[in-house]
Design a protein around this ligand. Structure first.
Ligand SMILES: [Zn+2]
Ligand SMILES: [Zn+2]
Length: 344
């Protein structure tokens, strides 16, 4: 038996082809994929190539349990589940303290192991034991469950920059990630959420989805001053991969502000000149975050299930697997917000 999969063979070499449905061993699971979302990381892997070749991309995935290996007891066939991609060793200090996303032996579906741009995915026994597979509340769509992986990473950051009731939060980057930061900021009582981007089209899309947002298209430093009575923002988030955004962030923050560099920078452009005296004199807290723990993943999935975070709204484009290249083209071109591959 074979299946359709989108496999990355190297730089800009993504092939839609048939391959055998993965065999599963004891303790493992075969997931019938229902949705897999495209992430900026997938695009970077497509542009830069990957260590494993060929590799089925997609680390944001959800589906239905198709087969279970011997010894798996806590799941059932046909069950709707979301699958967290990061698989730690389970025994190191990071894993034992619930921070498996920093495990030095970390492997991840769609990064090192075949992921969700295929009809089926093998979920290794280690992932089953660690609790990477989460049963889905009936209220959660597969596309939203897939996108929850991104939300969990945003939540990891959200915990660090601590939005307080009444805060002004400034987000640079009007993509799905920026919108997720905005949604969590509102939940934490932000009084004003400012969104900035170089793409007016994306800003318009975000404004349509969330009319409460304060949209700033140009002259961000000046306009932000006006919006904050000269005080600056309490929280500044760079939800993009632009060195210029990091450079601008300290100036945008007010006294005791919290700055989060959420988006990593492209290789070769990671050296940024920053005026660190601004951190000193404004007493800024500057944080960076990457990935998410399993605890974050479960927590945000719970928020989605309770209707507190609407992720379906952010999945602006859905494609069959055969149109995967269009999904990538949209991500590259900044068309829409979240793109998802969906299966019937
Ligand atoms: Zn991702
Ligand atoms: Zn570990």
């Amino acid at each position: 038996m074979d299946m359709l999969a989108a496999r990355l063979y190297g730089k800009d070499d993504l092939r839609l082809e048939r391959m055998p449905i993965p065999e599963i061993g004891p303790g493992e699971m075969l997931l019938k994929v229902k949705a897999a979302a495209v992430c900026g990381t997938d695009l970077r892997m497509l542009q830069n190539g990957t260590g494993v070749s060929p590799l089925v991309l997609a680390h944001e995935l959800a589906g239905v349990i198709d087969r279970l290996g011997a010894g798996v007891e806590d799941y059932s066939l046909g069950q709707r589940v979301a699958v967290a991609p990061n698989i730690g060793c389970g025994v190191c200090a990071f894993c034992a303290s619930g921070r498996g996303h920093h495990c030095r032996k970390l492997t991840a579906l769609g990064i090192h192991l075949d992921g969700g741009f295929a009809e089926y995915v093998r979920v290794p026994a280690a992932a089953m034991r660690l609790g990477n597979v989460t049963p889905l509340d009936p209220a959660i769509s597969f596309a939203a469950a897939a996108a929850n992986e991104a939300l969990s990473c945003v939540y990891n950051a959200h915990e660090r920059y601590r939005v307080q009731p009444g805060d002004t939060v400034a987000i640079i980057g009007a993509g799905a990630i920026g919108m997720m930061h905005a949604k969590l900021a509102w939940m934490s009582g932000a009084a004003k959420v400012i969104l900035n981007d170089i793409s007016t089209g994306r800003l318009a899309e975000c404004a349509r989805l969330d009319p409460r947002l304060t949209i700033i298209e140009a002259d961000l430093p000046e306009r932000l001053k006006e919006e904050t009575s000269g005080n600056g923002a309490d929280v500044v988030i760079t939800a993009c991969s632009a060195p210029a955004a990091q450079k601008a962030a300290f100036d945008l923050a007010g006294v005791d502000g919290r700055v989060n560099f959420f988006g990593g920078l492209p290789k070769g452009r990671e050296k940024v000149e920053l005026d660190t005296n601004i951190i000193h004199y404004k007493q800024l807290s500057v944080t960076g975050t990457t990935r998410a723990s399993l605890a974050h993943y479960r927590l945000t999935l719970d928020l989605v299930g309770k209707g507190l975070v609407d992720l379906d709204q952010l999945v602006t484009h859905r494609f069959p697997l055969t149109e995967i290249k269009q999904a990538f083209a949209n991500v590259a071109g900044g068309v829409g917000l979240k793109q998802a591959v969906v299966f019937d």
